[in-house]
Design a protein around this ligand. Sequence first.
Ligand SMILES: Cc1cc2nc3c(=O)[nH]c(=O)nc-3n(C[C@H](O)[C@H](O)[C@H](O)COP(=O)(O)OP(=O)(O)OC[C@H]3O[C@@H](n4cnc5c(N)ncnc54)[C@H](O)[C@@H]3O)c2cc1C
Ligand code: FES
Length: 349
Amino acid sequence: MGEKHHVRFEPVGIEIEVDSDQTILRAAAEQGVALMHGCKEGQCASCKSFVLDGEDIELDSYSTFALPEFEKDEGLTLLCRAHAYEDLVIELLNYDEEMIASGLPLRQGTVEVVANDPVTHDMRHLVVRLIEPEEIKFFPGQYMDFQVPGHHASRSFSMANTPNREGIFEFVIRIYPGGLFSGYLADQLHVGDRLSVEAPFGAFRLRESSTADLVFIGGGAGLAPLLALLRSMAERGLERPVTFYYGARTRRDLCFEEELAKLQEQLPGLTFVPALSEPSGDEEWEGETGLITDVVERRENALDRVDAYVCGPPPMVEAAIAMLTRLGRSEDHIFYDKFTTTGEPEGED
Ligand SMILES: Cc1cc2nc3c(=O)[nH]c(=O)nc-3n(C[C@H](O)[C@H](O)[C@H](O)COP(=O)(O)OP(=O)(O)OC[C@H]3O[C@@H](n4cnc5c(N)ncnc54)[C@H](O)[C@@H]3O)c2cc1C
Ligand code: FES
């Protein structure tokens, strides 16, 4: 245990106690304060905030793409890497009143593998059941951290399902050959094996105070949290019009097509638009082709009134944010999770 200090967040006026051994983001999460965050690893910049008062802060390693030196000099910090060594006042630049007070308690637990099946040539559908504690609550779209067996490392994966009484959690996980966790999942993880987890994390949740039409944009395993949002809308009979643009490279990279067809029957306002960026001549494909962001731009004239939810590899998410802002959508209506990786971030401080 380190020294304890008080950190107050403005303009929301919430104060928490922070141990210098933990990051400010972690302390807030443990005290049920859901601050904006994505990767928790100093890479995505979602938690970037301004230090209004106090300067004795130390940062764990982070990417200088997320916090360039000049921004740090101006007083900006990354709450997921920041340790407080005195009382601080922090201005939240990016926060959501609907979310901030609705934080669910963080829980560590053990899960048992129920299924680990290929859904494409390089993606798995991992299904686990909670062994302990009795329950880990989450909002559809949030993610869970898995400890990598035999390593002091964890990896984040978004739940593809909605909360349920059986304690089942489903994931769609892309396999990277040699990937610390996904390689283990591909070669060594069997039904009945147990894994240590912690959840819930993430701010990728449907903002329900809005009634705006929805545009979902996903690529690769970014399908998982978007599927969770669609399943949740179907379960609750939410009838907001939603267009789901999903980018894959080839026909064999598409998955969950049957379920998406069923969801279209359950959600009359749902239009599913899959697109292939590298269609090959010998595959039958009459759908859209090209980069998913180009497909959205081709099909939509103005997006200035929609709520957009974007999820997938960081370059796709960044291209989607740029395209959405070009088509008139302000950033406060664009919600996203970048699937940043943990390996060796470029530009690490
Ligand atoms: C909030 C959040 C949610 C996430 N949700 C999911 C999810 O639902 N499904 C999912 O599959 N992943 C998800 N990820 C990514 C996941 O956490 C891991 O980073 C990813 O699975 C790679 O981990 P690994 O241990 O297998 O590979 P690592 O050992 O970390 O990497 C192995 C090698 O593969 C390379 N590599 C890893 N990832 C990529 C990539 N995306 N593109 C190119 N090269 C890469 C690395 O650079 C490295 O050289 C999420 C990430 C975040 C931050
Ligand atoms: S940089 Fe802090 S959550 Fe990603």
